[in-house]
Design a protein around this ligand. Sequence first.
Ligand code: CMP
Length: 140
Amino acid sequence: MERTLVMIKPDGVERNLIGKVISIFEENGLRVVALKKTRLSKEQAKAFYIVHKERPFYESLTDYMSSGPIVAMVLEGENAIKKVREIMGATDPKEAKEGTIRKLFGIDKEKNTVHGSDSPESANKEIPFFFSEHELIAVD
Ligand code: CMP
């Protein structure tokens, strides 16, 4: 079993897609271990995306991610990290496969509705960013 951190980005929360997005993950066998609606400050968004600090889109991305509420969750399942990334689809919704969350709901590369950890190392940093140990409730 593996755990991964998922965020529903401001465009998903604003368009009332929280339930639809979570349903897609659940229908694919993933289980919710922890869940919260919150809002990132600009400083928190910069800290969360620190690995991208040299990228040209860092300022815009962190402005956007702090522009409205998000939903953060920890999902658990076999190969959860890879599975979530497949279910989300490519970063650019235009390139995402049919049936993926970003193909269904993504607007552009920035407003692409969901984030998922890209590796076990990222998940190990991103899960504690939002949740303390006692908030991670084992599935069984
Ligand atoms: P996410 O999985 O949240 O991780 C980094 C984010 O940067 C990515 O999804 C995109 O939403 C965002 N982003 C914005 N512009 C770009 C870009 N040109 N290339 C890659 N990612 C981008």
